[in-house]
Design a protein around this ligand. Structure first.
Ligand code: ADP
Ligand code: MG
Ligand code: ZN
Length: 481
């Protein structure tokens, strides 16, 4: 039996502030160990935390983009556990009254509509880092770097609404794009600015009761997330198929060996003994502040996607691609404005432009063809001056040299051939050179006409007007019957 995957994510995102959540220390990554520390983030006795307002503002931005309700009052709590890189012996987090609740993320993916409900968004501080390998003396001792201690995080918890490992990885990558667009998080997963815990269970298809879940901790890449989930789904399905039961536990992704490993079971699960943080007052957020932040939000990818469909009649799938970044969307809109032709602009974006960006691994901002020039190229095709296939060649030249399309067309002699003598010669050659194709066309395989048009295009280096070539071929083929 194929089981249905059920996946929920807990995502930690570092908020892009200059200073930490409860002190004035810098959050800059990569400084020498223990140079961005003070009594507060070292957890020294008597040092008092003071909440950084900018942290709250960024968290609210993220929460609003996730369509959450921002709570007028939320509380900080101490989450108690022992870990060498947690100097206070507890982490300041939010527990039963988080900053924001009840959000929702919806979008159209390749597989169809995705709808993920958000349980909560809460604030917390990061812990320090234990350095095991690659440090002098690491064979004898663990080294601790507290630069990361007190760096501001939000934790986003989703309902278990994701239904495949690919969908989970796609969701995580969309969240990253959203946070980057909001300037809430830098999306740097190698530096640990964005990471997630994946909760996963399986159940027989058609049933609604949740199965026993396993939590895979600390995943810092989309690929790892997908692989860890695939491994875990297969493992759980095997256990159930063999008549066994899933143990609720926390596991780790072992990237080197492509498997998850048990870390701790439910019996060993932490009892964090949460209690209200006595050194911080309740966090009050005014409706006016939330409204002001809401006003300042940029258009998000999903909103852009919907607008492209509504405003320009762009196909759903194309719109999803065009909406992935604000720069790509503006490039498209500028091209439409300059050319007055949304359909052609979209075809160029999905064709030559997209291919060029992919092959050369550049962002749209690095493309030497500006929208106005692409619009000129579109006009040259519209007016029949050059063929579509010649235009593709012109585009490549434009991208390489930054030249104007008309200059390239003239220099390369790419003006479309409508002249019936020249075209007639090419048509004759195409027919004489391909007697088999002619015979099979006459035998009823009319599909070979496309092949013959292609032959004419080749003989004219792509300069023939394909419509004229087609008409001329038909005249001979059907007329000579
Ligand atoms: P816990 O109390 O173990 O932390 P929560 O109920 O807080 O569990 O949920 C934590 C995360 O686990 C959420 O993202 C949630 O969607 C997910 N989750 C909960 N139950 C399941 C399940 N049976 N299968 C998959 N994910 C689940
Ligand atoms: Mg939890
Ligand atoms: Zn500090």
């Amino acid at each position: 039996m194929e089981f249905e995957p059920v996946i929920g994510l807990e995502i930690h995102a570092q908020l892009q502030t200059a200073t930490k959540i409860f002190c004035g220390c810098s959050t800059t990554f990569g400084a020498p160990p223990n140079t961005h520390v003070c009594p507060v983030c070292l957890g020294l006795p008597g040092a008092l935390p003071v909440l950084n307002e900018r942290v709250v503002e960024l968290a609210i931005r993220a929460a609003l983009a996730l369509r959450c309700e921002v709570q007028p009052l939320s509380l900080f709590a101490r989450k108690n556990y022992f870990y060498p890189d947690l100097p206070k012996g507890y982490q300041i987090s939010q527990y039963d009254q988080p900053l924001a609740t009840d959000g929702r993320v919806r979008y159209v993916a390749d597989e169809g509509e995705v709808d993920v409900r958000i349980i909560r968004v809460h604030l917390e501080e990061d812990a320090g880092k234990s350095l095991h390998a690659g440090v002098p003396g690491s064979g004898r001792a663990t080294h601790l770097d507290f630069n990361r201690s007190g760096v501001p995080l939000i934790e986003v918890v989703t309902h278990p609404d994701l239904r495949s490992s690919a969908a989970a990885a796609d969701f995580f990558s969309r969240l990253r794009a959203m946070f980057r667009a909001l300037a809430v998080n830098d999306g740097n997963m190698e530096e640990g600015s964005l990471r997630c815990d994946a909760n996963v269970s399986v159940r027989p298809p058609g049933t609604t009761r949740l199965g026993v879940k396993v939590e895979v901790k600390n995943i810092n890449s989309f690929r790892f997330l997908q692989h860890a989930l695939e491994y875990e789904l297969a493992r759980q399905s095997d256990v159930l198929r063999a008549g066994g039961a899933i143990t609720q536990e926390t596991r780790l992704w072992d990237a080197a060996n492509g498997r998850t490993l048990p870390m701790r079971s439910k019996e060993e699960a932490h009892d964090y003994r949460y209690f209200p943080e006595p050194d911080l007052p309740p966090l009050e957020v005014s409706a006016a502040w939330v409204a002001a932040i809401s006003e300042s939000l940029p258009e998000l990818p999903e909103e852009r996607r919907q607008r492209l469909v509504a405003e320009f009649g762009v196909a759903e799938k194309d719109a999803a691609w065009l909406a992935q970044s604000a720069e790509l969307t503006s490039y498209f809109e500028d091209t439409v404005r300059a050319s007055g032709n949304a359909k052609a602009a979209c075809n160029w974006m999905m064709g030559s432009v997209g291919r060029y960006l992919n092959e050369h691994d550049v962002e749209i901002g690095g493309l030497r063809v500006v929208p106005e020039r692409l619009a000129e190229l579109i006009a040259l095709v519209e007016s029949g001056t050059i063929s579509t296939s010649a235009a593709r060649t012109v585009f490549e030249r434009m991208a390489a040299s930054g030249e104007a399309p008309r200059a390239i067309v003239e220099a390369e002699g790419l003006v479309q051939i409508d002249d019936s003598d020249v075209l007639g010669a090419a048509v004759r050659e195409a027919l004489e050179g391909n007697p088999d194709a002619v015979a099979s066309y006459r035998a009823g395989k009319t599909g070979t006409l496309g092949f013959l048009v292609g032959q004419v295009m080749r003989r004219t280096q792509g300069k023939a007007n394909p419509r004229a070539a087609r008409a001329m071929l038909l005249e001979v083929l059907d007329g000579g019957r």
